[in-house]
Design a protein around this ligand. Structure first.
Ligand code: HMG
Ligand code: MG
Length: 313
């Protein structure tokens, strides 16, 4: 990707931005009602058609832990039938070797592991201690790389934890580096419960960069609990980060994180970036139509302010 400097209020920010769409996985994993597999497949297809370059399709976790995504194999089968070989480029989550085996069997080329910056969330989300999570992920990343797969690493609770409160920046950098150094190509820093503010984002990114991390190896993953997600994106742009996770229509949360509300809505991010003149490649009209269509299936309106504004009659 080429980096084009843009000017904003005499500060240099960077684009174009890559939007990493997590709605079908991070959004739908949190729905109380099960969404039909055909609807999920149609959602993924519509998101790709709207120009999103990376659409995380599903998760090969234990179906007892996340029943909403128990149809992972069926979904990938449907997507394979309609998208052909391109379906293998859709990223999928794998927590352990069993998850990786399932992804390898289907020929997936991009997998993501997901660690925790805190002890409590590691226990609740992975049934492992903070240290044990590395032992679980190490063979996953090694085997995935040996098989030629690309690996993304998430780290959750980077800006605050509902059980532990503030999370020291040094702890976030230490866990994030260890996960990335297993062999990932990108590290996504998650504000899982949406408590981050702009200054905190700048401090965390700076700490990673000071510790030797390349900016283009970092992504930011915000939730909009306190309405700060776009302000946090702006802080991320100022700090030189050009990949942002977002969820169509603002769906999501986390089934194992108390008080996690929706992810940053992809539509809100697209509107914001367009206003700054930053390229993103996404057709906002098609995206809003997709989230409106999905809201019809879910039986409630999208929480995204941009969807509500643009979909209004
Ligand atoms: P565990 O119970 O400790 O697993 O769960 P285990 O290794 O002891 O195995 C127990 C049984 O589960 C065995 O079967 C395994 O074969 C089976 P048995 O011998 O009893 O018949 N098993 C599996 N089956 C299918 N697929 C698998 C799998 N693994 C084991 N992959 C485990 C450990 C990690 C599996 C569990 O804790 C888990 O699935 N956790 C995932 C929770 C989750 O998905 N949370 C949401 C995603 S994280 C997130 O949302 C944050 C993020 O979005 C960023 C942000 O917002 O900040 C990424
Ligand atoms: Mg999330």
């Amino acid at each position: 990707m080429t980096d084009l400097p843009m000017q904003m209020a005499d500060q240099e920010i960077w684009g174009p931005v890559t939007i990493y769409e997590v709605g079908p996985r991070d959004g739908l994993q949190n729905e109380s009602a099960l969404v039909p597999t055909e609807v999920k497949a149609e959602l993924v297809r519509r998101l790709l058609a709207a120009g999103l370059p990376l659409v995380e399709a599903t998760s090969f976790v234990h179906p007892r832990w996340v029943p909403q995504l128990a149809d992972a194999e069926d979904l990938m089968g449907l997507l394979g039938a309609s998208l052909g070989d391109a379906s293998r480029d859709l990223p999928v989550l794998v927590p352990n070797e069993r998850g990786l085996d399932r992804a390898l069997e289907l020929g997936c080329r991009h997998v993501a592991i997901f660690g925790s910056a805190t002890e409590t969330f590691a226990q609740k989300n992975l049934n492992r201690s903070l240290d044990e999570q590395f032992a679980m992920f190490e063979p996953v990343v090694r085997r995935a790389r040996e098989a030629g797969l690309d690996v993304r690493a998430y780290v959750s609770m980077c800006f605050g934890d509902p059980w532990e409160g503030a999370v020291p920046v040094e702890q976030v950098v230490s866990v994030g580096r260890r996960l990335f150094d297993l062999g990932a190509s990108q590290l996504s820093l998650g504000d899982t419960i949406g408590v981050a503010t702009a200054g905190h984002v700048g401090a965390v990114v700076d700490a990673f960069v000071t510790g030797g991390m390349r900016r283009d190896h970092l992504a930011l993953h915000f939730h909009d609990t306190y309405g700060q997600a776009l302000s946090n994106v702006q802080a991320g742009l100022r700090a030189g980060i050009t990949t942002y996770d977002a969820s169509a229509g603002g769906l999501g949360g986390c089934p194992y994180a108390k008080s996690a509300t929706g992810n940053l809505a992809t539509e809100d991010l697209v509107w914001f970036l367009t206003g700054l003149g930053i390229q993103h490649g996404v057709d906002l009209t098609a995206l809003v139509e997709t989230s409106t269509w999905l809201a019809g299936h879910l039986g409630r309106p999208s929480p995204s302010a941009v969807v509500r504004a643009l979909a209004a009659p």
